[in-house]
Design a protein around this ligand. Structure first.
Ligand code: DUC
Ligand code: ZN
Ligand code: ZN
Ligand code: ZN
Length: 483
C-alpha cells in the first residue's frame, strides 16, 4: 500500500520547495506535484524533512557500576516521538571481551528497536586481538571506532594505544572517534576536590574544566594527523575544543566536531542548584559550560566548523544517580535528550534565527549521514532514499515534561522548557510510527544499517605523509664509535 504526503514543503540540507512525496514500501518513489497514493498524510503548514539521525547514544550500556536506563525499545520510541529516525549506539566490549563478542551482545540488545540503527565500536585497550578483529568489525559495517581519553582505570586509553589504533584505522579506511578529556588531570582534580571535602555534584564540573577538553582535543588531532586518519570529536562542549577543531579544518584535515543539544541550551548554573537531585541529574561528561562556550558552539554550527548535533543519550534514574550521594565521582555520568533534540534545536536555533531550516536539517541528519557513509539512503529526501521522514509542524508547541516522555527515567533535564516546532508525523522506512502526539509502536521494526568504509585519509595535510614514509639519509663515511 502506497502513502503520499501532501500539501507540505520539502526541506533538505540544500533546498526548500513545495512537493508531494510518494512512498511505496520502505522507500521514496516519487517527489513532485499532484501525486496519488492509497493513504494520504496531510502536511498542510508543515515541512517534510529527513528524519533526524542521532549519532551518539548509549542504550542499555554497562557503565559506572550500573546500566543506562533506556534500552533500544524505550530509546528508539523516544527518538521517533521527537522526529529522530536513526540512532547510532556505541558497542562497548567489557574488559577482556572481544569486539565481535560485544557486537553479538549489541545485536541481541537491539532486536526490539522501533527505528533503524547502526553502531560505533569502542576501543578501550589495545592488544593483538583488537588489531586482528578490526577488519572483521569493519566487514560487519561498523567503520567508526571510539576512544575514551578519560575514565582513567576503566575505559581510558593512553597515547601509545591511540596512535596504534589510529594507525590501524588509517590502513583499513576507518574513522577514529574520541571522547576528548585529559583523564589523568581529571583524576588528579577529582582526588583533590574530594580531599578538600567537595563531594557534591558541582565538584564534577570543577574536576573537568574546558582546559582538559581542549588539551585532549588538540592531542587527539595531532595523533590522528600523524597516523593519517580522519577524526570525529564527540560531544564538543567548549571553545577550547572547538578552536582546535576549527584550526585543524582550516589546515585541511578531516576533523569533525559534534556539540550536544544539552551543551547548546543548558549551562553550568544547573550545578549550583541547592537541590542535590537536580544537580546530580545533570552530571555528564563533559559537564555543562557557561554562556560564552554556548555562543562558541552556536557559532560553530552557523559557520560549519562544527558538523552535527547529537545527544549522548545515556539516561539514569534518580535512584541510580543517588549512588554518588556522598562522592560526586560515583554519580553515573549521563543525561537523556533523544526525544527533545530536534524540538529544542528548532526552538533555540531556527526560531531565534541562529539556524536556517536547511542548516537545521544539515546538522541533525544530512551531515552525519555523509560522514558515516549512509547518505543518501539516510539523511535525504530523494527518490530511492529510505522513507525516514519527519513531517514537522513549526507552529505546534508544548512544555517539555517527564510526565509524558517516552524515556524510562523519572525526570527530564529540559523539564519546563517551552518548545515550538514538533513532529506531526514521524515515518520510519515508510511506516508511520508517530502521529498527532502518539507513538504507534512496532518493536523490532528497526533494522541495522551497515556502512562501508570510505577509505578517506587526511590527504590534504603534508606532515603525516612525511612521517609515514621516512627516508634514511645516505652517508659515505660513518665515524667510528668509542675510542
Ligand atoms: N559521558 C557521559 O556523560 N555519559 C556516557 C559516557 C560519557 O562519555
Ligand atoms: Zn563520551
Ligand atoms: Zn557518549
Ligand atoms: Zn515494520
Amino acid at each position: 500500500m502506497s502513502k503520499v504526503i501532501k500539501n507540505g514543503t520539502v526541506v533538505t540540507a540544500d533546498l526548500t520547495y513545495k512537493a508531494d512525496v510518494l512512498i511505496e514500501g520502505d522507500v521514496i518513489t516519487a517527489i513532485g506535484p499532484d501525486l496519488q497514493g492509497d493513504e494520504v498524510l496531510d502536511a498542510t503548514g508543515c515541512y517534510i524533512m529527513p528524519g533526524g539521525i542521532d549519532p551518539h547514544t548509549h542504550l542499555e550500556m554497562p557503565f559506572m557500576g550500573t546500566y543506562s536506563a533506556d534500552d533500544f525499545e524505550s530509546g528508539t520510541r523516544a527518538a521517533l516521538a521527537g522526529g529522530t529516525t536513526m540512532v547510532v549506539d556505541f558497542a562497548l566490549p567489557s574488559p577482556g571481551q572481544g569486539m565481535l563478542d560485544a557486537l553479538q551482545m549489541w545485536d541481541n540488545k537491539s532486536t526490539r528497536a522501533h527505528c533503524d540503527y547502526s553502531f560505533h565500536m569502542a576501543v578501550t585497550w589495545w592488544d593483538k586481538q583488537v588489531f586482528d578483529e578490526m577488519p572483521a568489525v569493519i566487514e560487519r559495517g561498523i567503520t567508526t571506532f571510539k576512544h575514551f581519553m578519560a575514565y582513567k582505570g576503566a575505559l581510558m586509553v593512553n597515547d601509545d594505544e591511540l596512535y596504534a589504533s589510529f594507525s590501524r584505522l588509517s590502513e583499513l579506511g576507518g574513522i577514529a572517534m574520541v571522547h576528548a578529556e585529559n583523564g589523568d588531570v581529571v583524576a588528579e582534580l577529582s582526588a583533590k576536590l574530594l580531599a578538600a571535602g567537595n563531594t557534591g555534584p558541582e565538584a564534577h564540573a570543577y574536576s573537568r574544566p574546558p582546559q582538559v577538553e581542549g588539551e585532549a582535543t588538540n592531542r587527539a588531532i595531532m595523533i590522528a594527523d600523524m597516523a593519517g586518519v580522519p577524526l570525529y570529536v564527540v560531544h564538543t562542549s567548549c571553545e577550547e575544543s572547538h578552536e582546535a577543531i576549527r584550526r585543524a579544518r582550516m589546515a585541511g584535515k578531516r576533523v569533525w566536531g559534534e556539540p550536544l543539544i544539552q551543551h547548546l541550551t543548558l549551562d553550568d548554573s544547573e550545578y549550583a542548584n541547592a537541590d542535590w537531585d537536580h544537580a546530580a541529574r545533570r552530571v555528564m561528561s563533559p559537564p555543562f559550560r557557561n554562556k560564552q562556550h554556548q555562543d562558541s558552539l552556536w557559532a560553530g554550527l552557523q559557520s560549519g566548523s562544527l558538523s552535527c548535533v547529537a545527544t549522548d543519550h545515556c539516561a539514569f534514574t534518580t535512584e541510580q544517580k543517588r549512588n554518588g550521594v556522598d562522592d560526586f565521582t560515583k554519580i553515573p555520568n549521563g543525561t537523556g535528550g533523544l526525544e527533545d533534540r530536534l524540538p529544542m534545536l528548532w526552538t533555540h536555533g531556527v526560531n531565534t534565527g541562529r539556524l536556517t531550516p536547511n542548516e537545521f536539517v544539515a546538522v541533525t541528519s544530512t551531515n552525519i549521514a555523509k560522514i558515516l557513509n549512509c547518505y543518501p539512503r539516510k539523511g535525504a529526501v530523494l527518490v530511492g532514499s529510505d522513507a525516514d521522514l519527519v513531517v514537522w509542524d513549526p507552529e505546534k508547541s508544548k512544555t517539555i515534561s517527564a510526565t509524558d516522555q517516552q524515556s524510562a527515567i523519572d525526570y527530564n533535564v529540559f523539564e519546563g522548557q517551552e518548545v515550538k516546532g514538533l513532529p506531526r508525523y514521524t515515518l520510519t522506512r515508510g511506516r508511520v510510527a508517530f502521529a498527532d502526539g502518539a507513538i504507534i509502536p512496532e518493536p523490532g521494526h528497526g533494522q541495522f544499517v551497515a556502512r562501508a568504509p570510505k577509505g578517506a585519509v587526511n590527504e590534504a595535510l603534508s606532515t603525516w605523509k612525511e612521517l609515514t614514509a621516512p627516508r634514511a639519509v645516505e652517508r659515505s663515511g660513518i665515524p667510528a664509535t668509542g675510542v
